[in-house]
Design a protein around this ligand. Sequence first.
Ligand SMILES: [Zn+2]
Ligand SMILES: [Zn+2]
Length: 284
Amino acid sequence: MRFWGVRGSIAVPGAQTQRYGGNTSCVEVQLAGEGPLVIDAGTGVRALGQELFSRPEREVTMLFTHFHLDHVFGFPFFAALFAPSFRVNVVAPTFTPEATRDRLGRYLNGVLHPLRVHELPAPIDYGSCRPGRSFERGAYRVTPVQLNHPGGACGYVIEGGGKKVAHLTDTSPLSRPGEGVAGGGRPTGRELAVINAIKGADYVAIDTMFSEEEYLEKMTWGHGYPEYAAALCREAEVKCLGLFHHAPDATDDDLDRLAAHWSGGLDGMRVVVAREGEDVDLSG
Ligand SMILES: [Zn+2]
Ligand SMILES: [Zn+2]
C-alpha cells in the first residue's frame, strides 16, 4: 500500500507540509505481479501516473470513494489515461457504469477542464459498485462499505495474497456522540457493518481530519477524529490504523505531535499518521 496523497479538502504545498505531503487523497494498493488498485484521484495521482510507466503492468483499476473535488481533481492529470497502451478500469459507488462516467464528465466537460470525458485517449472501462457487494478484480477481492459523508461516500476493503487492508474516507463517525464504540458501548448497526468488513485487517486508513472538539462543532461536515477511528478499529481487531485525510491547516509539526501522542498505539494495535510517499509493505 502506498500513499500518494494524504491531505483532505485542498492541496497545500509549502514549507509547512513537506514531510507529510500536501497532495490530496490518492492511495495505491498493489500485489506483486498484478496491476495496481488506485483509490481516489486527488492531486497525488499525478506522480503515480508518471511512475507507472517504469513498471511492467499496463492495467490499472481506479476506485472512487466519492466525487468531491479533493478526490477527483487529479483524474485528468493521470498519465495512464493518455497512453493507449494502458487499460484503465474506473469503479465508483453509482447505480450504473454510465453514471460513473457522467459524474466525472461534470468535471471533464470542456469548461472546468479543457477535455471532455469521452475524449480521453486510453481505453477506459467504467463500472459501478454498491456497498456490501464484493467483487473480484484480478487477484483482488474488493468490498465496498457505506460511510457517513454529505452526498455519500464509499470505503473499500481489499483482500489479496492473504492480506487485508481498508481505506475509509471520507467519513464522520458512524454513531452519535456517546453512542456505539465512541461511547465505550456496543457498536451500533452501522458500525457493525463496517467492523465486520474490516475485521482483523492488517492496515486500515481512516479519515481523521478533525480533533474530537472540532468534530463536535462540525458534526455535519462528514469527517472524523482519531479517538473514534481507534475505537472502531480496536473493536474490529485491526493490526494497524493509519490516520488519514489530514486537515489543510495541519502542519508537519502538528502531525508529528499527533504521531507522538499515538506512538504507544491502543491495546496492542499500532496507530500511525499516514505520510505521502510512504510504503506500507505487508508482505512480512
Ligand atoms: Zn475529502
Ligand atoms: Zn468528501
